[in-house]
Design a protein around this ligand. Sequence first.
Ligand SMILES: NC(=O)c1ccc[n+]([C@@H]2O[C@H](COP(=O)([O-])OP(=O)(O)OC[C@H]3O[C@@H](n4cnc5c(N)ncnc54)[C@H](O)[C@@H]3O)[C@@H](O)[C@H]2O)c1
Ligand SMILES: [Zn+2]
Length: 363
Amino acid sequence: MPQYTVKTSSQEYVALVERECVGRAAHWLPTRHSQVFVVTTPDVWDLHRPSLDAALREKRHAVLFFPGGEKNKRLSAVEALCEQMTEAGGDRASVVLAFGGGIVGDVAGFAAASFMRGIPVIQVPTTLLAQVDAATGGKTGVNLVNGKNLVGAFHQPLAVLVDPDLLNTLPQREFVAGLYEVIKYGVIRTPWLFELLESQRDAVLARDPSTVDTLIAESVRIKAEVVSADEKEGGLRRILNFGHTLGHALEAETGYTRLLHGEAVGFGMIAAALLAQRMEMLPDTECQRIVRIVNAYGPVPSLAGVTPEALLARLVSDKKTLHGNVHFVLPTRIGEVLVRHGLPQEAIHWATQQALLQTAQSA
Ligand SMILES: NC(=O)c1ccc[n+]([C@@H]2O[C@H](COP(=O)([O-])OP(=O)(O)OC[C@H]3O[C@@H](n4cnc5c(N)ncnc54)[C@H](O)[C@@H]3O)[C@@H](O)[C@H]2O)c1
Ligand SMILES: [Zn+2]
Protein backbone atom coordinates (compact mmCIF):
# COMPACT_ATOMS: atom_id res chain seq x y z
CA MET A 1 0.00 0.00 0.00
CA PRO A 2 1.15 3.53 -0.68
CA GLN A 3 3.09 5.82 1.54
CA TYR A 4 3.89 9.42 0.84
CA THR A 5 6.61 11.63 2.23
CA VAL A 6 5.86 15.10 3.50
CA LYS A 7 8.98 17.27 3.53
CA THR A 8 8.80 20.58 5.38
CA SER A 9 11.40 22.81 6.96
CA SER A 10 10.56 21.49 10.42
CA GLN A 11 9.93 17.81 9.76
CA GLU A 12 10.06 15.04 7.18
CA TYR A 13 7.49 12.32 7.75
CA VAL A 14 5.44 9.60 6.20
CA ALA A 15 1.71 9.52 5.51
CA LEU A 16 0.87 5.84 5.19
CA VAL A 17 -2.37 4.54 3.67
CA GLU A 18 -2.84 0.90 4.60
CA ARG A 19 -5.61 -1.23 6.02
CA GLU A 20 -4.84 -2.42 9.55
CA CYS A 21 -1.82 -0.09 9.87
CA VAL A 22 -3.14 1.05 13.28
CA GLY A 23 -1.98 -2.32 14.58
CA ARG A 24 1.60 -1.28 13.91
CA ALA A 25 1.35 2.18 15.47
CA ALA A 26 4.17 1.47 17.94
CA HIS A 27 6.59 1.13 15.04
CA TRP A 28 6.31 4.89 14.44
CA LEU A 29 7.17 5.97 17.97
CA PRO A 30 10.58 7.57 18.47
CA THR A 31 13.11 5.12 19.91
CA ARG A 32 13.59 7.34 22.95
CA HIS A 33 10.23 8.23 24.45
CA SER A 34 8.77 8.05 27.93
CA GLN A 35 5.08 7.44 27.42
CA VAL A 36 2.28 7.75 24.90
CA PHE A 37 -0.85 9.83 25.48
CA VAL A 38 -3.67 8.61 23.31
CA VAL A 39 -6.14 11.47 22.83
CA THR A 40 -9.53 10.30 21.63
CA THR A 41 -13.30 10.64 22.05
CA PRO A 42 -15.39 8.09 23.98
CA ASP A 43 -17.29 6.99 20.84
CA VAL A 44 -14.17 6.28 18.80
CA TRP A 45 -12.55 4.51 21.76
CA ASP A 46 -15.60 2.28 22.25
CA LEU A 47 -15.56 1.31 18.59
CA HIS A 48 -11.87 0.94 17.91
CA ARG A 49 -10.12 0.34 21.21
CA PRO A 50 -8.94 -3.22 20.41
CA SER A 51 -6.75 -2.26 17.46
CA LEU A 52 -4.87 0.46 19.33
CA ASP A 53 -4.75 -1.41 22.65
CA ALA A 54 -3.02 -4.29 20.92
CA ALA A 55 -0.60 -1.95 19.15
CA LEU A 56 0.46 -0.22 22.38
CA ARG A 57 0.31 -3.11 24.82
CA GLU A 58 4.06 -3.14 25.39
CA LYS A 59 4.29 0.63 25.64
CA ARG A 60 3.62 2.82 28.65
CA HIS A 61 0.48 4.68 27.65
CA ALA A 62 -2.56 6.48 29.00
CA VAL A 63 -5.84 7.29 27.28
CA LEU A 64 -7.09 10.87 27.60
CA PHE A 65 -10.65 11.66 26.59
CA PHE A 66 -11.89 14.74 24.83
CA PRO A 67 -15.67 15.15 24.56
CA GLY A 68 -15.58 15.94 20.81
CA GLY A 69 -17.73 18.40 18.92
CA GLU A 70 -16.95 21.80 17.40
CA LYS A 71 -18.20 23.64 20.49
CA ASN A 72 -15.61 21.85 22.63
CA LYS A 73 -12.76 22.61 20.24
CA ARG A 74 -11.58 25.38 22.55
CA LEU A 75 -8.47 26.45 24.43
CA SER A 76 -10.01 25.08 27.61
CA ALA A 77 -9.88 21.58 26.09
CA VAL A 78 -6.18 22.01 25.32
CA GLU A 79 -5.56 23.18 28.89
CA ALA A 80 -7.47 20.20 30.30
CA LEU A 81 -5.44 17.75 28.21
CA CYS A 82 -2.14 19.36 29.23
CA GLU A 83 -3.16 19.26 32.91
CA GLN A 84 -3.96 15.57 32.56
CA MET A 85 -0.61 14.94 30.92
CA THR A 86 1.30 16.57 33.78
CA GLU A 87 -0.77 14.68 36.36
CA ALA A 88 0.10 11.43 34.58
CA GLY A 89 3.81 12.27 34.66
CA GLY A 90 4.12 13.60 31.14
CA ASP A 91 7.47 15.11 30.18
CA ARG A 92 9.34 16.34 27.13
CA ALA A 93 9.87 12.76 25.99
CA SER A 94 6.14 12.01 25.90
CA VAL A 95 4.33 11.48 22.61
CA VAL A 96 0.72 12.29 21.75
CA LEU A 97 -1.24 9.95 19.53
CA ALA A 98 -4.35 11.65 18.14
CA PHE A 99 -7.00 8.98 17.51
CA GLY A 100 -10.21 10.42 16.10
CA GLY A 101 -11.73 12.78 13.56
CA GLY A 102 -10.44 16.18 12.51
CA ILE A 103 -11.52 17.78 15.75
CA VAL A 104 -9.45 15.38 17.85
CA GLY A 105 -6.53 15.84 15.44
CA ASP A 106 -6.68 19.63 15.72
CA VAL A 107 -7.06 19.71 19.53
CA ALA A 108 -4.57 16.93 20.30
CA GLY A 109 -2.16 18.37 17.75
CA PHE A 110 -2.33 21.80 19.34
CA ALA A 111 -1.92 20.30 22.83
CA ALA A 112 1.20 18.50 21.54
CA ALA A 113 2.46 21.73 19.94
CA SER A 114 2.08 23.56 23.27
CA PHE A 115 2.88 20.99 25.98
CA MET A 116 6.43 21.61 27.28
CA ARG A 117 6.78 23.92 24.24
CA GLY A 118 6.22 21.03 21.89
CA ILE A 119 6.23 17.24 21.96
CA PRO A 120 5.73 14.90 18.98
CA VAL A 121 2.31 13.85 17.73
CA ILE A 122 1.30 10.87 15.62
CA GLN A 123 -1.95 11.41 13.75
CA VAL A 124 -4.26 8.41 13.40
CA PRO A 125 -7.37 9.83 11.70
CA THR A 126 -10.65 7.94 11.95
CA THR A 127 -12.99 9.94 9.68
CA LEU A 128 -12.71 10.15 5.91
CA LEU A 129 -12.36 13.93 6.16
CA ALA A 130 -9.47 13.65 8.59
CA GLN A 131 -7.83 10.85 6.58
CA VAL A 132 -7.85 12.73 3.29
CA ASP A 133 -7.28 16.19 4.67
CA ALA A 134 -6.95 17.28 8.30
CA ALA A 135 -4.38 14.77 9.58
CA THR A 136 -1.64 15.61 7.08
CA GLY A 137 -0.12 19.05 6.89
CA GLY A 138 0.53 20.15 10.46
CA LYS A 139 -2.28 22.66 10.95
CA THR A 140 -3.56 22.42 14.50
CA GLY A 141 -5.77 24.71 16.51
CA VAL A 142 -9.00 25.61 18.26
CA ASN A 143 -11.94 27.97 17.86
CA LEU A 144 -12.68 31.35 19.43
CA VAL A 145 -16.13 32.82 19.93
CA ASN A 146 -15.41 35.00 16.90
CA GLY A 147 -14.45 32.23 14.54
CA LYS A 148 -13.07 28.81 13.76
CA ASN A 149 -9.41 27.86 14.06
CA LEU A 150 -8.37 31.37 15.09
CA VAL A 151 -5.78 30.13 17.60
CA GLY A 152 -3.34 27.44 16.58
CA ALA A 153 0.08 26.38 15.45
CA PHE A 154 1.81 24.58 12.65
CA HIS A 155 2.98 21.36 14.24
CA GLN A 156 3.92 18.67 11.76
CA PRO A 157 3.29 15.12 12.99
CA LEU A 158 5.87 12.34 13.33
CA ALA A 159 3.73 10.20 11.07
CA VAL A 160 0.19 9.97 9.73
CA LEU A 161 -1.33 6.49 9.82
CA VAL A 162 -4.37 6.25 7.57
CA ASP A 163 -6.25 3.00 8.10
CA PRO A 164 -9.35 2.84 5.86
CA ASP A 165 -10.72 -0.08 7.94
CA LEU A 166 -11.50 2.44 10.69
CA LEU A 167 -14.12 3.99 8.41
CA ASN A 168 -16.34 0.89 8.57
CA THR A 169 -18.16 2.37 11.57
CA LEU A 170 -18.42 5.91 10.22
CA PRO A 171 -22.02 7.16 9.69
CA GLN A 172 -22.85 7.63 5.99
CA ARG A 173 -23.40 11.38 6.35
CA GLU A 174 -19.87 11.79 7.76
CA PHE A 175 -18.50 9.57 5.00
CA VAL A 176 -20.16 11.68 2.30
CA ALA A 177 -18.89 14.88 3.95
CA GLY A 178 -15.36 13.50 3.48
CA LEU A 179 -16.13 12.62 -0.13
CA TYR A 180 -16.69 16.30 -0.92
CA GLU A 181 -13.06 16.95 0.02
CA VAL A 182 -12.07 14.10 -2.32
CA ILE A 183 -14.06 15.79 -5.11
CA LYS A 184 -12.04 18.90 -4.28
CA TYR A 185 -8.76 17.06 -4.92
CA GLY A 186 -10.09 15.87 -8.26
CA VAL A 187 -10.96 19.40 -9.33
CA ILE A 188 -7.74 21.03 -8.17
CA ARG A 189 -5.26 18.40 -9.28
CA THR A 190 -6.31 15.01 -10.70
CA PRO A 191 -8.78 14.57 -13.58
CA TRP A 192 -8.80 10.75 -13.28
CA LEU A 193 -9.84 11.03 -9.64
CA PHE A 194 -12.76 13.23 -10.68
CA GLU A 195 -13.70 10.78 -13.44
CA LEU A 196 -13.55 7.87 -11.00
CA LEU A 197 -15.96 9.71 -8.71
CA GLU A 198 -18.24 10.33 -11.70
CA SER A 199 -18.22 6.78 -13.04
CA GLN A 200 -18.09 4.78 -9.79
CA ARG A 201 -20.61 6.66 -7.67
CA ASP A 202 -22.45 3.56 -6.51
CA ALA A 203 -19.27 1.67 -5.61
CA VAL A 204 -17.94 4.73 -3.78
CA LEU A 205 -21.14 5.19 -1.77
CA ALA A 206 -21.22 1.46 -1.00
CA ARG A 207 -17.62 1.87 0.23
CA ASP A 208 -16.13 -0.70 -2.10
CA PRO A 209 -12.73 -1.24 -0.41
CA SER A 210 -10.43 -0.98 -3.39
CA THR A 211 -12.25 2.09 -4.75
CA VAL A 212 -12.16 3.78 -1.34
CA ASP A 213 -8.46 2.96 -0.94
CA THR A 214 -7.74 4.54 -4.33
CA LEU A 215 -9.66 7.72 -3.45
CA ILE A 216 -7.91 8.07 -0.11
CA ALA A 217 -4.43 7.32 -1.44
CA GLU A 218 -4.66 9.88 -4.24
CA SER A 219 -6.04 12.51 -1.86
CA VAL A 220 -3.26 11.93 0.67
CA ARG A 221 -0.69 11.98 -2.14
CA ILE A 222 -1.92 15.40 -3.28
CA LYS A 223 -2.06 16.78 0.25
CA ALA A 224 1.50 15.56 0.93
CA GLU A 225 2.76 17.07 -2.32
CA VAL A 226 1.09 20.44 -1.79
CA VAL A 227 2.17 20.76 1.86
CA SER A 228 5.74 19.82 0.94
CA ALA A 229 5.80 22.60 -1.63
CA ASP A 230 4.20 25.22 0.63
CA GLU A 231 3.93 24.36 4.32
CA LYS A 232 2.69 27.74 5.57
CA GLU A 233 0.16 28.52 2.83
CA GLY A 234 2.12 31.31 1.18
CA GLY A 235 1.18 30.13 -2.30
CA LEU A 236 0.36 26.69 -3.69
CA ARG A 237 -1.30 25.42 -0.48
CA ARG A 238 -4.08 27.93 -1.06
CA ILE A 239 -5.45 25.70 -3.83
CA LEU A 240 -6.66 23.38 -1.06
CA ASN A 241 -9.14 26.12 -0.20
CA PHE A 242 -11.18 25.43 -3.34
CA GLY A 243 -14.82 25.57 -2.21
CA HIS A 244 -13.80 26.91 1.20
CA THR A 245 -14.28 30.66 0.69
CA LEU A 246 -18.06 30.48 0.49
CA GLY A 247 -18.05 27.16 2.35
CA HIS A 248 -16.67 28.82 5.48
CA ALA A 249 -19.10 31.71 5.07
CA LEU A 250 -21.96 29.21 4.92
CA GLU A 251 -20.73 27.32 7.99
CA ALA A 252 -20.54 30.56 9.96
CA GLU A 253 -23.91 31.77 8.71
CA THR A 254 -25.59 28.52 9.74
CA GLY A 255 -23.96 28.59 13.17
CA TYR A 256 -21.73 25.53 12.57
CA THR A 257 -24.66 23.27 13.39
CA ARG A 258 -26.80 22.74 10.28
CA LEU A 259 -24.04 21.53 8.01
CA LEU A 260 -20.96 19.40 8.29
CA HIS A 261 -17.76 21.06 7.09
CA GLY A 262 -17.58 18.89 3.98
CA GLU A 263 -21.18 19.67 3.08
CA ALA A 264 -20.47 23.39 3.26
CA VAL A 265 -17.46 22.82 1.01
CA GLY A 266 -19.76 21.00 -1.44
CA PHE A 267 -21.87 24.15 -1.66
CA GLY A 268 -18.75 26.31 -1.91
CA MET A 269 -17.40 24.24 -4.83
CA ILE A 270 -20.65 24.73 -6.76
CA ALA A 271 -20.48 28.47 -6.11
CA ALA A 272 -16.80 28.67 -7.11
CA ALA A 273 -17.44 26.73 -10.32
CA LEU A 274 -20.31 29.05 -11.24
CA LEU A 275 -18.17 32.07 -10.41
CA ALA A 276 -15.37 30.75 -12.64
CA GLN A 277 -17.87 30.20 -15.43
CA ARG A 278 -19.24 33.72 -15.00
CA MET A 279 -15.70 35.13 -15.17
CA GLU A 280 -15.24 33.17 -18.42
CA MET A 281 -12.43 31.16 -16.87
CA LEU A 282 -14.22 27.80 -17.00
CA PRO A 283 -16.19 26.28 -19.91
CA ASP A 284 -19.87 25.73 -19.22
CA THR A 285 -19.62 21.94 -19.69
CA GLU A 286 -16.86 21.66 -17.06
CA CYS A 287 -18.84 23.87 -14.67
CA GLN A 288 -21.86 21.63 -15.06
CA ARG A 289 -19.75 18.53 -14.31
CA ILE A 290 -18.71 20.07 -10.99
CA VAL A 291 -22.27 21.07 -10.08
CA ARG A 292 -23.52 17.61 -11.09
CA ILE A 293 -20.98 15.64 -9.11
CA VAL A 294 -21.53 17.57 -5.90
CA ASN A 295 -25.27 17.03 -6.23
CA ALA A 296 -24.75 13.36 -7.16
CA TYR A 297 -23.10 12.72 -3.79
CA GLY A 298 -25.54 15.03 -2.04
CA PRO A 299 -27.82 16.63 -1.63
CA VAL A 300 -26.39 18.96 0.95
CA PRO A 301 -28.93 19.72 3.70
CA SER A 302 -31.52 22.39 3.00
CA LEU A 303 -30.15 25.92 2.86
CA ALA A 304 -33.59 27.51 3.24
CA GLY A 305 -33.34 30.98 4.74
CA VAL A 306 -29.72 31.54 3.71
CA THR A 307 -29.35 34.61 1.50
CA PRO A 308 -26.49 35.66 -0.81
CA GLU A 309 -26.28 38.99 1.04
CA ALA A 310 -25.67 37.28 4.38
CA LEU A 311 -22.98 35.04 2.89
CA LEU A 312 -21.23 37.96 1.17
CA ALA A 313 -21.17 39.85 4.47
CA ARG A 314 -19.47 36.84 6.09
CA LEU A 315 -16.72 36.72 3.46
CA VAL A 316 -15.09 39.85 4.79
CA SER A 317 -14.32 38.31 8.15
CA ASP A 318 -12.82 35.12 6.69
CA LYS A 319 -9.17 34.23 7.35
CA LYS A 320 -8.65 33.95 3.61
CA THR A 321 -9.33 37.68 3.35
CA LEU A 322 -5.91 39.33 3.11
CA HIS A 323 -5.72 43.12 3.31
CA GLY A 324 -9.46 43.30 2.70
CA ASN A 325 -9.21 41.14 -0.44
CA VAL A 326 -11.41 38.07 -0.65
CA HIS A 327 -9.57 35.18 -2.33
CA PHE A 328 -11.29 32.59 -4.46
CA VAL A 329 -9.83 29.39 -5.85
CA LEU A 330 -11.37 29.06 -9.29
CA PRO A 331 -11.16 26.09 -11.65
CA THR A 332 -10.05 26.65 -15.24
CA ARG A 333 -10.70 23.00 -16.11
CA ILE A 334 -11.04 19.76 -14.13
CA GLY A 335 -7.60 19.28 -12.58
CA GLU A 336 -6.47 22.90 -12.59
CA VAL A 337 -7.29 25.96 -10.50
CA LEU A 338 -6.14 29.56 -10.10
CA VAL A 339 -6.26 31.76 -7.02
CA ARG A 340 -7.98 35.07 -7.77
CA HIS A 341 -8.89 38.12 -5.72
CA GLY A 342 -10.59 41.41 -6.38
CA LEU A 343 -13.44 39.77 -8.30
CA PRO A 344 -16.52 41.91 -9.01
CA GLN A 345 -19.02 41.88 -6.17
CA GLU A 346 -21.82 41.47 -8.68
CA ALA A 347 -20.32 38.22 -10.04
CA ILE A 348 -19.82 36.79 -6.52
CA HIS A 349 -23.41 37.67 -5.68
CA TRP A 350 -24.71 36.03 -8.86
CA ALA A 351 -22.71 32.83 -8.32
CA THR A 352 -23.81 32.59 -4.69
CA GLN A 353 -27.44 33.07 -5.63
CA GLN A 354 -27.20 30.47 -8.39
CA ALA A 355 -25.45 28.02 -6.08
CA LEU A 356 -28.23 28.43 -3.51
CA LEU A 357 -30.78 27.71 -6.25
CA GLN A 358 -28.89 24.75 -7.70
CA THR A 359 -28.41 23.05 -4.35
CA ALA A 360 -32.07 23.71 -3.48
CA GLN A 361 -33.19 22.04 -6.72
CA SER A 362 -31.23 18.92 -5.93
CA ALA A 363 -32.41 18.68 -2.32
N1 LIG B 1 -6.05 20.75 10.45
C1 LIG B 1 -6.51 20.77 9.23
O1 LIG B 1 -5.77 20.92 8.25
C2 LIG B 1 -7.97 20.58 9.01
C3 LIG B 1 -8.45 20.36 7.73
C4 LIG B 1 -9.82 20.13 7.56
C5 LIG B 1 -10.66 20.14 8.65
N2 LIG B 1 -10.15 20.37 9.89
C6 LIG B 1 -11.02 20.37 11.07
O2 LIG B 1 -11.56 19.08 11.22
C7 LIG B 1 -12.78 19.18 11.92
C8 LIG B 1 -13.81 18.27 11.29
O3 LIG B 1 -13.33 16.96 11.33
P1 LIG B 1 -14.30 15.71 11.09
O4 LIG B 1 -15.14 15.96 9.91
O5 LIG B 1 -13.42 14.52 11.11
O6 LIG B 1 -15.29 15.78 12.32
P2 LIG B 1 -15.23 15.17 13.80
O7 LIG B 1 -13.85 15.13 14.29
O8 LIG B 1 -16.23 15.91 14.60
O9 LIG B 1 -15.78 13.69 13.61
C9 LIG B 1 -17.10 13.51 13.18
C10 LIG B 1 -17.89 12.59 14.11
O10 LIG B 1 -17.57 11.23 13.83
C11 LIG B 1 -17.18 10.54 15.02
N3 LIG B 1 -16.23 9.52 14.59
C12 LIG B 1 -14.92 9.70 14.32
N4 LIG B 1 -14.39 8.57 13.82
C13 LIG B 1 -15.38 7.66 13.77
C14 LIG B 1 -15.44 6.30 13.35
N5 LIG B 1 -14.37 5.69 12.81
N6 LIG B 1 -16.63 5.67 13.46
C15 LIG B 1 -17.73 6.29 13.96
N7 LIG B 1 -17.73 7.57 14.37
C16 LIG B 1 -16.56 8.25 14.27
C17 LIG B 1 -16.65 11.63 15.88
O11 LIG B 1 -16.62 11.30 17.25
C18 LIG B 1 -17.61 12.77 15.58
O12 LIG B 1 -18.80 12.61 16.30
C19 LIG B 1 -13.18 20.64 11.91
O13 LIG B 1 -13.01 21.18 13.19
C20 LIG B 1 -12.20 21.27 10.93
O14 LIG B 1 -11.90 22.60 11.27
C21 LIG B 1 -8.84 20.58 10.08
ZN1 LIG C 1 -12.00 21.40 4.28
